[in-house]
Design a binder for this molecule. Structure first.
Ligand code: F6R
Length: 611
């Protein structure tokens, strides 16, 4: 949520900042800005809208700057506008700040600053930081920018990743963090800072990921990190092994389609090396089979799409490992008083690994004594670092805001976890586990088949595109899948969609159905197939336009549905992996037909680092 980039060195800063911001734009895109230091003063240029608009404006200037910071914003405090766009500056304009996170006590700090004569230009929480640094720099002891930033951040409550410039220390950028990611790195031309590794991968593959309350001072020739007491420290290098094409569209019209097409690879990579001599192994979980065997309760905690992956996994954990499993929205879990004992396993699922609610829930669970696993896509992310063990989803960088390949990676990882628990508990035989694992691997090929028939979704998309609302229904696994289908559709096409367990339809939502109302049904062959058909009858009788996701070879379904999207046959337990793919394609097709930007839907950001 919000992207930060900074550079100091021998290259033109503007070019590097714009390039970095374009890479970070998926984190927020309602406004963008840069602060460039030039001949001992700081020039700030901001624009409402996307980075492209900022680049256009900057093309009319001729800045010759080798040091600067930039920001792409997802509004929290203050609406999207030029005045609220970062960087924010001090009264004198000599300090510029970009910020990712939320300052919870900003109102109180602002009041004090105003009383002391500071003048504010924006509605943001961030602006207080620029004024606080300005105040700290006025101290007669003549502090450095690092000391001033450290002093200013001492009074902040909340989360922040920051990069700060001061015109009296030309060529220096100070960065720091608390509960919001900051990475720094160097190449032969200079030093870089960003809120996400992706902004740096063209410059360097070796980055330092700052921990909470650490600082970094960047100059053209050096990069030094400091601890909370401002003592120099060495932060270990993390080498990034993503292919650079993770950040490019690779010939696809949008990132979403590219990422949907990467899913067979994600399945294979996530499963590679997991079955050794007939036994499942996930060493990174760092839990012995004996300890796993003691687990008597599982909580899966997550938000959004990751929560839907958890809903799917609950069915598998309970069916295969026979362990009671609860799924909770992280923002609720963190404020409840769940029953946690030392034999409780809490699994925090987060693509970005930095979702504020999931992270807070994870921390809370650890304090209460649970053993915590993280399932995340981002190496070195807070969820990875703060969990007792971690499974990486191997999706590689996901750029489209709507999660697709990382969702599938989560479902596959959770399926693996369910099998591992069953192995430890002895609730499935090794033969059953090997067979299920093989079928899991085979889903990669089945997803390839679905992708090769991508055009199947087009007629259904045309039929749905002018609707104002849609209902997704399913039973069992289908109920969980339908939740994800509805979310995908609403977030990228702005078509209101709800998901219901099909059996619940008659208890209320059926009242919505009239002539032409789209009902998208997960009607694959499963133990509850006949029940779903009855629910389709009920909807059909009221004029619904029915789109069914059905199993290849099922001819009966055609008499119930107006549109049928066929997918290969898999066992019910694995159906979420295959059935969610046509729903992703359908959502994208509807969104495109409605003229929406599928990669950057309005009001959303890729990672949600605020509560
Ligand atoms: C929807 C989507 C979001 C995220 C949610 C949690 O497509 O991507 O609903 O799933 O914001 O994000 P993570 O998984 O990063 O914790």
């Amino acid at each position: 949520m919000c992207g930060i980039v900074g550079y100091t060195g021998s290259r033109q800063a503007q070019e590097i900042l714009l390039q970095g911001l374009a890479r970070l734009e998926y984190r927020g895109y309602d406004s963008a800005g840069v602060a460039l230091e030039q001949a001992g003063s700081i020039e700030v240029v901001c624009r409402k809208g996307k980075v492209e608009a900022l680049a256009h404006t900057l093309s009319h200037f001729d800045f010759q700057s080798h040091c600067g910071i930039g920001h792409t914003r997802w509004a929290t405090h203050g609406r999207p506008s030029e005045a609220n766009a970062h960087p924010h500056t001090s009264c004198a304009g000599d300090v510029a700040v970009v910020h990712n996170g939320i300052i919870e006590n900003f109102a109180e700090l602002k009041e004090g600053l105003i009383a002391r004569g500071h003048q504010f230009r924006s509605e943001t929480d961030t602006e207080v930081i620029a004024h606080l640094v300005e105040e700290a720099l006025e101290d007669p002891s003549q502090p450095t920018l690092l000391q001033a930033v450290a002093q200013a951040t001492e009074v902040l409550i909340g989360s922040f990743g920051l990069a700060v410039l001061w015109d009296q220390e030309p060529g220096t950028v100070v960065a720091c963090r608390r509960d919001s990611p900051i990475v720094v790195g160097r190449d032969e031309t200079g030093s870089y800072v960003a809120s996400d590794i992706i902004a740096l991968i063209e410059a360097t593959r070796d980055v330092m990921i700052l921990e909470d309350n650490q600082f970094a001072v960047l100059t053209p020739d050096s990069l030094q990190c400091y601890n909370q007491d401002l003592e120099p420290i060495s932060v270990p290098l993390t080498t990034i092994d993503w292919a650079i094409d993770g950040a490019e569209k690779g010939g696809y019209p949008d990132f979403m389609l590219k990422e949907i097409h990467e899913q067979p690879r994600v399945i294979r990579d996530t499963l590679a090396g997991r079955l050794i001599n007939g036994a499942l192994t996930i060493d990174e979980l760092e839990m012995t089979p004996e300890a796993l065997n003691l687990v008597d309760r599982v909580y899966l905690i997550a938000c959004g799409t990751s929560y839907h992956a958890a809903l799917i996994a609950k069915n598998l954990i309970e069916a295969w490992a026979r362990i009671p499993c609860e799924v909770e929205v992280a923002s609720e879990f963190r404020y409840r008083d769940p029953i946690i004992t030392p034999t409780t396993l809490v699994v925090a699922i987060s693509q970005s690994g930095e979702t504020a609610d999931t992270l807070a829930a994870l921390r809370d669970a650890r304090v209460k004594g649970a053993h915590v696993f993280g399932i995340t896509n981002v190496v070195g992310s807070p969820v990875a670092r703060e969990s007792d063990g971690v499974i990486y989803t191997k999706a590689n960088k996901e750029i489209a805001v709507a999660s697709t390949k990382s969702f599938l990676g989560q479902v596959v990882s959770l399926t693996l976890l369910a099998l591992l628990l069953a192995q430890s508990k002895g609730t499935l035989t090794s033969g059953q586990i090997r067979l299920l694992f093989k079928e899991l691997v085979d889903t990669a090929e089945q997803v390839e088949t679905i992708l090769s028939r991508e055009a199947q979704v087009e007629p259904a998309a045309r039929a749905c595109k002018d609707a104002t609302s849609a209902l997704f229904i399913g039973r069992g696994m289908g109920a969980a899948i339908s939740q994800e289908g509805a979310l995908k559709l609403k977030e990228i096409s702005y078509l209101h969609a709800e998901a219901y367990a099909a059996g619940e339809m008659k208890h209320g939502p059926i009242a919505l159905i009239d002539e032409g109302f789209p009902v998208i049904a997960i009607a694959t062959k499963s133990p509850v197939y006949e029940k779903v058909l009855s629910n389709l009858q009920e909807a059909k009788a009221r004029g619904a336009l029915i789109v069914a996701i059905a199993t290849e070879g099922d001819e009966e379904i055609a008499s119930y549905a107006d549109q049928v999207i066929y997918i290969p046959k898999v066992r019910d337990a694995l159906s979420p992996i295959t059935a969610s793919v046509p729903l992703q394609l359908l959502a994208r097709a509807v969104a495109l037909q409605r003229g929406c930007d599928v990669d950057q839907p309005r009001n959303l950001a890729k990672s949600v680092t605020v509560e």
